[in-house]
Design a protein around this ligand. Structure first.
Ligand SMILES: Cc1ncc(COP(=O)(O)O)c(C=O)c1O
Length: 381
């Protein structure tokens, strides 16, 4: 077993590690893809919730971003980001907050998919005398919310937004079903389905007199699999910055690309059961079991040595709040490696967004596995 650098040894575990060179390579890959496709990148920052990661994701201090909470919008606005898409359907109770963001100069894009929300937006914008910009959410794959691109409701919602104070800026869609694709061909087809639905919906809005200049699509699997994005103006992707085991299972990255891991320490054994107990449970890794429905179930995470090399045959089979149980995978033969108490391990997570959310900071590793910086991250609403 590799002896860990002193600075990893001195970290109190569990601790969230971020491999900066892997992250940089992942970011470069998505920028190259956006360049090839001729679209602007509007990264989703819900994965990192960190200003330091955001600046590196954008490759500059500010730029267009996507967020999943108004708290993210506040936080990034405080750090100079002014072009923000809040990509979760707006509710009447959040409109005062949205107006506060507008008052501080944020170009805030709102998203909705129903007439009730549209009326609430119009009423709030008119009473405040503040312009609000809306993207209509399109359902491109039956995954969750959104308007049907061919449906009458699309036009009814757009009509409900007709007001001097509101602009129908366009459409957005997210092909969440791409997470269930398993082949490059099905991913490419899903990317085209996502593109076609958004472009068609935008065209229908334009045909009825709405400007709708923005056509926003994206998930990491479709963004990396699209053959072309004709008619699309921007690409939203989030988890690509770190990748995770779910993305490796989908086939859009390798395990070696995953930039996030949780450093943990062996605290004991149940040798008769073949268990090694570590001090990272679901509190450190999250309860996400996104690989359970994939061909390779990675339990609560893939087990690596302190240098990040996969320990073959091992998996985090089970997790309590602060205890993780490392064991041989079903079907593995041979003896588990000797992992004495005090051994440092790294657990690669199923879902980077969920695991990141359990931690207050990233311990940033350089190419030699040394901690060079600590970047805070935030959470909550
Ligand atoms: C609306 C929206 N856009 C973009 C994304 C980014 O998707 P991914 O993390 O697969 O890149 C998400 C993720 O959930 C999303 O909800």
């Amino acid at each position: 077993m590799t002896s860990p650098p002193d600075d990893l040894r001195s970290l109190e575990t569990p601790a969230l590690l971020l491999d900066a060179s892997r992250m940089e390579a992942n970011i470069e890959r998505m920028h190259a893809q956006a360049r090839r496709l001729g679209v602007r990148l509007r990264p989703h920052l819900k994965t990192s919730k960190s200003v330091e990661v955001a600046r590196r994701t954008l490759r500059q201090d500010i730029g267009p971003i996507t967020v999943s909470t108004l708290k993210e919008a506040d936080h990034f606005a405080e750090h100079g980001f002014t072009d923000i898409l809040y990509a979760v359907g707006i509710t009447p109770g959040k409109l005062d907050h949205a107006l506060r963001l507008r008052a501080r100069g944020v170009e805030l894009g709102l998203v909705l998919d129903n007439v009730d929300a549209a009326r609430a937006v119009v009423s709030a914008a008119e009473s405040a005398g503040v312009r609000l910009s809306v993207l209509l959410e399109i359902d491109c794959d039956g995954h969750r919310s959104g308007l049907q691109p061919e449906g009458d409701e699309l036009l009814a919602v757009a009509d409900a937004l007709r007001s001097h104070w509101v602009s129908v800026a366009g459409v957005m869609t997210h092909a969440g079903e791409s997470y269930n694709c398993r082949t490059p061909e099905s991913l490419c087809a899903m990317a085209e389905q996502e593109r076609a639905a958004a472009v068609r919906a935008a065209q229908r809005l334009r045909d009825t007199g709405h400007a709708a200049p923005v056509v926003s699509v994206g998930s990491t699997p479709t963004a990396l699999s699209a053959a072309q994005l004709d008619g699309v103006t921007e690409l939203r992707a989030g988890v690509f910055v770190f990748f995770d085991l779910v993305m490796a299972g989908v086939g859009v990255c390798a395990v070696q690309d995953i930039a996030l891991s949780v450093l943990t320490t062996v605290i004991g054994h149940q040798r008769d059961k073949g268990w090694t107990i570590v001090d990272a449970g679901w509190m450190a890794l999250s309860r996400d079991r996104g690989t359970a429905s994939q061909p390779v179930d990675q339990g609560y995470g893939l087990v690596c040595d302190v240098a990040g090399r996969v320990l073959p045959g091992l998996v985090m089979a089970s997790a309590n709040q602060e205890h993780g149980i490392v064991a041989l995978r079903d079907g593995s033969t041979g003896a588990p490696p000797e992992l004495p108490v005090g051994t440092l391990l790294r657990i690669v997570p199923n879902h980077a967004c969920a695991t990141g959310a359990q931690h207050a900071q990233y311990h940033v590793l350089d190419g030699r596995g040394r901690v060079t910086e600590r970047w805070p991250r935030f959470s909550g609403w």
